[in-house]
Design a protein around this ligand. Structure first.
Ligand SMILES: [Zn+2]
Length: 307
């Protein structure tokens, strides 16, 4: 008997839950604020959401749940590492939830869940290798191969946000990253990086969303900042094409709503990928905006229980 599927997307500010029916169509969903009082409060919230979700599963309550987190499991698969929700770091999240819920708990990085969701029936459908990118407060990435999340032996697959940004000499350098490194891709391509780009030119900060609005109205400085940003994004993503060579790159997160990205990014990535003899390169990788928006991560989390 095919069971329903329950997924949780545990974000830094919002936590979502979804119930997928036997045919994977959404049956019920809910989004609440992620408690900021610490780890125990987060556990309580997730347990309450799952218990409520189970009431929407008729007689087909699943014997596992999937959960996407803003971090990853350590290589022992027991504790959380690399979480920008730092209260999760070092915590045995899977065991704690499994004990409270009495079921199997499957955990993956939220960007990996995003990639799997978009690969299965979203903007990356029919792509054999899909690279999912989330650009917002930070820069995340995840890989799905034939719809299956690919996590890697170090549980680091897709974490391009903390590769060194491919500086080409013209940029002012030295942007420290919370991870302890300097000039990570995240420090050049996140939403706050866009704000910093503007501040470097004009001396004061403007939120990324306001910058986009100004560019739409034809403000030349905002247009210049965004155009330079797209070039930087192309530099970053060219390293993904050179290593993974995905069929599709799906963009998500707040910055993915910038329309200008989609008209010029493929050509600019093509100008940076490896090709010694045949320029301009015809880039076969499709660069697309996500289909499922804020629901992509939680859908992918539910699918962890199907694989
Ligand atoms: Zn970093």
């Amino acid at each position: 008997m095919c069971l329903f599927a329950i997924g949780i997307d545990l974000g830094g500010t919002k936590t979502s839950v979804i119930v997928l029916g036997e045919d994977d169509t959404p049956v019920w969903s809910r989004r609440v604020a992620t408690p900021q009082e610490g780890y125990d409060a987060i556990l309580e919230t997730v347990v309450a959401l799952v218990e409520e979700a189970r009431t929407h599963c008729l007689d087909k309550v699943p014997d596992s749940i999937g959960i996407g987190i803003p971090g990853e499991l350590s290589s022992d698969l027991k504790t959380v590492k690399n979480a920008n929700s730092t209260v999760l770091i070092g915590k045995p999240l899977g065991a704690d939830l499994s004990q409270r819920l009495g079921c199997d708990v499957r955990i993956a990085n939220d960007a990996t869940c995003f990639a799997a969701s978009e690969a299965l029936d979203g903007a990356g459908k029919d792509g054999e290798i899909v690279f999912g990118v989330i650009i917002g407060t930070g820069v995340g990435g995840g890989i799905a191969i034939r719809g299956i999340p690919h996590t890697g032996i170090n549980r680091l697959a897709g974490e391009w946000g903390h590769n060194p940004f491919p500086l080409l000499g013209a940029e002012p350098k030295q942007r420290p990253c919370y991870c302890g490194q300097t000039d990570c891709i995240e420090t050049w391509l996140s939403g706050p990086a866009l704000t910093q780009d503007y501040a470097d030119l004009k001396g004061h900060k403007v939120p990324a969303i306001e910058l986009v609005a100004r560019a739409k109205k034809g403000n030349p400085i905002a247009e210049e900042v965004i155009d330079t940003y797209v070039t930087n994004l192309a530099k970053g993503l060219s390293t993904i094409v050179n290593t993974l060579d995905p069929d599709v790159i799906v963009l998500g997160g707040g910055v993915s709503n910038i329309e200008h990205i989609y008209s010029v990014l493929p050509e600019r990535i093509a100008s940076y990928v490896f090709n010694a003899t045949d320029r301009p390169v015809e880039l076969k990788t499709r660069i697309v905006r996500n289909k499922w928006g804020d629901d992509s991560g939680v859908r992918g989390a539910a699918w962890l229980t199907r694989t």
